[in-house]
Design a protein around this ligand. Structure first.
Ligand SMILES: O=C(O)c1ccccc1N[C@@H]1O[C@H](COP(=O)(O)O)[C@@H](O)[C@H]1O
Length: 219
């Protein structure tokens, strides 16, 4: 599903752990901020900490809770702390695992040659969107990009382009893939979980530049 022509590409910045970074991401123009509730991640926060950080968000900026193979209790604890959250399932969760929570969610797909994204999408018809990340050892947040030509044109759900994006390559990514949204973590960091305000601002500016070029091409 391609975005409505002329609509802005939404921006998610993931892996925030500090108030100062939350405020800078909002100031840069992020539409959604991700909090990693995967204890093995170097960017992990507790549900309670995610709640503290998410309470800083103004209206119309969406908190996203990222899980990797979490138990139902862990997901429930996250939602108790951040009730307005969109969920992001980034592990081996089955459609049943995702659907039984009964909340809107993004399902991450690990892109690699031979991966059948259309079949994967057909298994998750209730997903609000498919977040496309590089297939890496571990589950994500690696800063590695994948070959965008692996993305079929007719993905039936909104596509969130992710994996190794940064201020230098996101214009190409948006123009090539025309995703509904982009998601970045490593590409706007000075260290894992520590964001760089300048990089976040430049990333959002680059997305707006891509949108402007697409709009120009339409006129
Ligand atoms: O950020 C993490 O530590 C993480 C851990 C486990 C699964 C996903 C994780 N992050 C997500 O990975 C993608 C790509 O991130 P990057 O920009 O390549 O660093 C992104 O969706 C993050 O939300």
């Amino acid at each position: 599903m391609r975005p409505i022509p002329g609509s802005p590409t939404r921006i998610k910045i993931c892996g925030l752990t500090r108030e100062v970074d939350v405020d800078a991401a909002v100031a840069a123009g992020a539409d959604a901020l991700g909090f990693v509730l995967y204890p093995r991640s170097a960017r992990a926060v507790t549900a309670e900490r995610a709640g503290e950080l998410a309470r800083r968000l103004p209206p119309f900026v969406t908190p996203v809770l990222l899980f990797v193979n979490a138990t139902d209790e862990e997901v429930a604890r996250g939602l108790a702390a951040v009730p307005q959250a969109l969920l992001q399932f980034h592990g081996d969760e089955t459609p049943g695992d995702c659907d039984r929570v009964g909340r809107p969610y993004l399902r991450a797909a690990r892109m690699a040659p031979g991966f059948d994204l259309l079949n994967f999408a057909s298994l998750y018809p209730r997903a609000s969107g498919l977040l496309l990340d590089a297939h890496v050892d571990g589950y994500g947040g690696s800063g590695k990009a994948f070959d965008w030509s692996l993305i079929p044109a007719n993905v039936p759900s909104p596509v969130v382009l992710s994996g190794g994006l940064n201020p230098a390559n996101v214009i190409d990514g948006v123009m090539h893939v025309r995703p509904w949204a982009v998601d970045v973590s490593t590409g706007v960091e000075e260290a894992k979980g520590i964001k760089d305000a300048g990089l976040m601002r430049r990333f959002c500016e680059a997305v707006r530049e891509a949108d402007a070029r697409i709009a120009d091409a339409l006129t």
